[in-house]
Design a protein around this ligand. Structure first.
Ligand SMILES: CCCCC/C=C\C/C=C/C/C=C\C/C=C\CCCC(=O)SCCNC(=O)CCNC(=O)[C@H](O)C(C)(C)COP(=O)(O)OP(=O)(O)OC[C@H]1O[C@@H](n2cnc3c(N)ncnc32)[C@H](O)[C@@H]1OP(=O)(O)O
Length: 158
């Protein structure tokens, strides 16, 4: 079996996110993995994910940064406690803030790499920064503030 991504550990009730839910048939299915201190996701946009001919729609780039960074925040919370994902108490996160700087047009046609790093874990808040890389160049940089999901939003009892 192939390696499990962060998103494969999400409970069933959270597996329907349009960006990263493995169970959303219409979604992007973003999958994130640790590579040392960084987390990495790879995604190949479809030909219709364009902003203008030859280049990727910025909203898609933002979605990649968003889901990859929120997943990284969750994974980092378990890692910081030296716990396996899926153990209790569970860590669930939502996006509080998503900032993207578009440095270069992102070429459409090949695989994009999204590399993220946890800058800070402070109480309910985790700050994650990311780079989007296409053809060896950083085309966008992002910063996400992921916040622990409040009880009232949590669909799963765990
Ligand atoms: C390796 C395996 C990993 C395994 C992981 C397993 C499971 C993990 C599951 C987790 C992932 C879950 C789902 C994944 C699915 C989808 C991901 C996609 C992400 C999204 O698509 S999600 C939708 C968009 N998202 C929203 O729909 C949020 C709407 N919103 C709210 O629900 C509230 O607004 C909330 C909760 C954000 C805050 O409410 P709250 O009451 O908890 O906040 P509170 O006041 O207590 O603040 C506490 C500290 O956060 C700071 N803070 C608060 N808000 C901030 C903001 N906006 N910007 C910057 N900082 C902020 C404060 O400044 C304070 O910071 P400080 O402590 O430093 O003062």
């Amino acid at each position: 079996m192939s390696e499990k991504s962060f998103q494969d550990y999400y409970p069933e009730s959270l597996q329907h996110c349009y960006g990263c839910g493995p169970k959303n048939p219409e979604g992007h299915h973003i999958r994130s993995f640790w590579e040392g201190e960084e987390s990495v996701a790879r995604f190949t946009p479809k030909e219709y994910h364009l902003a203008f001919p030859g280049y990727v729609y910025g909203g898609l780039v933002a979605s990649l940064v968003d889901c990859h960074c929120v997943g990284t925040a969750a994974a980092a919370a378990y890692r910081a406690e030296g716990r396996e994902p899926g153990t209790n108490p569970p860590f669930r996160y939502v996006t509080g803030s998503l900032h993207v700087d578009y440095l270069l047009p992102t070429p459409l046609g090949g695989e994009l790499e999204i590399r993220a790093r946890v800058e800070e874990i402070k109480g309910k808040k985790t700050i994650v920064t990311a780079s989007v890389i296409a053809e060896g160049k950083v085309t966008a940089k992002g910063r996400v503030i992921a916040i622990r999901m409040p009880e009232h939003l949590r669909p799963d009892p765990g």
